[in-house]
Design a protein around this ligand. Structure first.
Ligand code: AP5
Ligand code: MG
Ligand code: ZN
Length: 213
């Protein structure tokens, strides 16, 4: 299964990706998680990404595309992959097409998670993210067993800088301006499936699997 998850900030891409990656036995590749891991480790890539992430804007394609190309060079993508947060504009989609064409690894599907803005704000204002593995949880909707501690790896939970209201508004605008066009792009190729991102996490996972089969 070679899959892209697309949807606005807070749609639940990261949450669903964990379950879908496990179900299909494929690596979960989140460009946001890779940038945040680099930021945490103080790498050059992290420094390049930080100013853009703090403003809720896209990291330049030159940086992002190279990073993804590099990641898709790993042997673990032989049985497929789940891309979360990439591509995010038409140029990235075209570059990805070229990378996959060169590797003779065509995409199987693009799954869109649909959600309204009011729900997005509820989700992101209560989100907590694991400092170690990047897994999201929620102080009300997806409570960790122990407050402040990641269920998956026991890492410490923190609140993402870009979940603050001003930055969040910018992220939503960028999504409509730059990312929505790729939905049409994939629809043209007959790859698009969409499901509602509202409801229980497990319900949504079941709907996603049904849509992908
Ligand atoms: P990125 O990390 O990709 O952020 P995003 O797209 O804005 O998406 P989020 O991670 O905020 O939301 P999500 O859909 O994963 O939701 P989640 O599962 O956490 O990107 C961050 C930044 O990095 C970008 O702004 C940009 O600067 C840069 N970047 C990344 N990729 C790039 C690219 N390709 N090009 C250029 N720049 C790039 O869920 C949200 C919350 O809701 C959680 O608290 C969760 O517990 C809760 N929740 C989930 N599902 C449910 C449910 N069913 N019911 C109730 N609560 C739920
Ligand atoms: Mg995410
Ligand atoms: Zn963790």
């Amino acid at each position: 299964m070679r899959l892209i998850l697309v949807g606005p900030p807070g749609a639940g891409k990261g949450t669903q990706a964990v379950h879908l990656a496990k179900y299909f036995k494929i690596p979960h590749i989140s460009t946001g998680d890779i940038f945040r891991a680099n930021l945490k480790n103080g790498t050059e890539l992290g420094k390049q990404a930080q100013t853009f992430m703090d403003r809720g804007e896209l990291v330049p394609d030159s940086v992002t595309n190279e990073m993804v190309k590099d990641r898709l060079g790993n042997a673990d993508v032989a049985n497929g992959f789940l891309l979360d947060g990439f591509p995010r504009n038409t140029n990235q989609a075209q570059v990805l097409d070229q990378i996959l064409a060169d590797k003779k690894m065509p995409l199987d599907a693009v799954l869109e998670l649909k959600i309204d803005n009011a729900q997005i704000i509820k989700r992101l204002s209560g989100r907590r993210t694991c400092q170690e593995c990047g897994a999201p949880s929620h102080i009300e909707f997806e409570k960790p067993k122990v407050a402040g501690v990641c269920d998956k790896c026991q890492g410490a939970l923190y609140q993402r800088e870009d979940d603050k209201e001003e930055v969040l508004t910018r992220r939503l605008d960028i999504y409509s301006e730059q990312t929505m066009p790729i939905i049409k792009y994939y629809e043209k190729f007959g790859l698009l499936k969409n499901i509602s991102a509202l409801g229980d996490v497990t319900e949504i996972t079941d709907k996603a699997i049904a849509a992908l089969k």
